[in-house]
Design a protein around this ligand. Structure first.
Ligand code: PNW
Length: 448
């Protein structure tokens, strides 16, 4: 059962427990109310890019069922909901605002707040308007300025309706999976592109921070980074160095500019000759003070030296894995958080903005028994408690995800939800994990 121990931070009433989703993964309705195409429409329509040829065309039809989904969130008793706003709904291709698209998020935020659910809004969860990609996307510095314009439009419209803003979701994934290995949209696979894409993403973040603070001074402002735990396959100096480089590549690449106003030097060992063009003042903009840092944690990667300047994966045998094939490794969450706390003196308060697992859940007699997920959550929350006890300032935890959804290159096969979705009927069925979390939150509320 979902059962935080009595001394867990989860029992604190000011500790936020919520769920998360992202626009393209749940909304569907890709042609509704003036929405323009995004890079994920293009990518998923390209044969061979997404498992089973799935696309986000219908997804969970959340765009039409949002009221039902707000009721669902309410029934789970969550404190907060992390959603993302679709840039291609908010802006027309000529750069003017699309009022119908904006209204969708205004209504959604109002409905959530009316139910006492805190609104955590991400501005960019990977759905770049396709017309901007046609001009170079994140390889074009201009995209950072277009992002700030979009941030200006949506934060004026949602002023006072959002508890906290997050500029980007996982810039590492956008830069690396989108431009270096091509597993995600826009699907470019040229290694040296990634540092340039990353720099422009981070610049867009920094420009947007200033805009959000001006337009909505009472809301918190942060960013969401995916972090990876790299462990060494042996005690050898070469393998230890490989694990260090893995974490430089996944974590410090993003956290360095944000928190230290500098890219880590080691990074250019991994990306020789790929340093992006950094203009004077860029790192000041990127390093703007944050109210909080969102951390997405899923798994560890065990690595060894590649014999040169890099690392190669050394997957351990006989470990517990999820439907994604990702190793269940709660210790990594605690190690990373404590490590960041020691490494970055100005580390802002932390929210875990995503953690969770995929499993092949089926509805049997109206029930979904996802015991592995319940155990996964219990163990990661225990790791979070250990980090809190070691002095890390952790304010909340969002489970990925509220419901099964379009899992990017893996389509609908991989199910991360605590609520099951039947994609034929669009019926939502809370899994056992969801029911137990709802019960926990009710018990917490009943305590005074
Ligand atoms: C995150 N990796 O993506 C995203 O923020 C979510 O939209 C997504 O559904 C969730 O995690 C589960 O995948 C990631 O390969 C995608 O390391 C890939 C990786 C990490 C995170």
């Amino acid at each position: 059962t979902f059962s935080p121990p009595s001394d867990s931070i989860l029992w604190r009433k000011d500790f936020l427990l919520g769920t998360a989703t992202a626009s393209y993964q749940i909304e569907g309705a890709i042609h509704a109310d003036g929405r323009i195409p995004s890079i994920w429409d293009t990518f998923s329509a390209t044969p061979g890019k997404v498992l089973a040829g799935d696309t986000g065309e219908f997804a969970c039809d959340h765009y039409n069922r949002w009221q039902e989904d707000v009721e669902l969130l309410k029934s789970l008793n969550v404190d907060g909901y992390r959603l993302s706003i679709a840039w291609p709904r908010v802006m027309h291709a000529d750069g003017t605002p699309n009022q119908k698209g904006i209204d969708f998020y205004v209504n959604l935020a109002d409905a959530l707040r009316a139910k006492g659910i805190k609104v955590y809004a991400t501005l960019y969860h990977w759905d770049l308007p396709q017309y901007l990609e046609d001009r170079g996307g994140w390889l074009n510095r201009d995209t950072a300025y277009r992002f700030a314009e979009y941030a200006d439009v949506i934060s004026r419209a949602l002023k006072g309706k959002v508890d906290a803003w997050m500029t980007l979701n996982e810039p590492w994934c956008s830069a690396f999976l989108g431009y270096a290995n091509g597993h995600h949209a826009p699907g470019l696979a040229t290694l040296r592109y990634a540092p340039t894409a990353m720099h422009h993403l981070l610049l867009g973040h920094g420009l947007a921070v200033a805009v959000l603070r001006t337009n909505d001074p009472d809301a918190g402002v942060g960013i969401v980074a995916n972090v990876g735990r790299g462990t060494a396959d042996s005690d050898s100096a070469a393998d230890q160095r490989a694990a260090h480089l893995f974490e430089v590549q996944h974590n410090a690449w993003v956290l360095g500019p944000l928190l230290n106003k500098a890219y880590p030097k080691d990074l250019w060992e991994l990306w020789p000759g790929c340093e992006p063009l950094v203009l004077e003042g860029d790192l000041e903009i990127i390093g703007a003070k944050l109210d909080f840092l969102g951390i997405n944690y899923y798994f560890r990667t065990n690595v060894k030296s590649d014999g040169a300047h890099g690392f190669v994966e050394a997957p351990p045998a006989n470990v517990e894995r999820t439907q994604m094939g990702w190793e269940v490794y709660p210790q990594g969450l605690q190690d990373l958080l404590i490590g960041f706390h020691k490494t970055y003196p100005n580390l802002p308060p932390i929210y875990i903005t995503e953690n969770g697992m995929a499993s092949d859940d089926e509805v049997v007699n109206g029930e979904v028994v996802d015991n592995q997920r319940i155990s996964f959550l219990n163990r990661h929350l225990a790791a979070l408690d250990n980090a809190a006890k070691a002095g890390v300032d952790i304010r909340g935890y969002f489970i990925w995800s509220l419901m099964d959804n379009f899992e990017w290159a893996f389509g609908y096969e991989r199910r991360f939800g605590i609520v099951h979705v039947d994609y034929t009927t669009q019926k939502r069925t809370p899994k056992r994990s969801a029911l137990q979390i709802a019960q926990f939150l009710a018990d917490r509320k009943a305590r005074s």
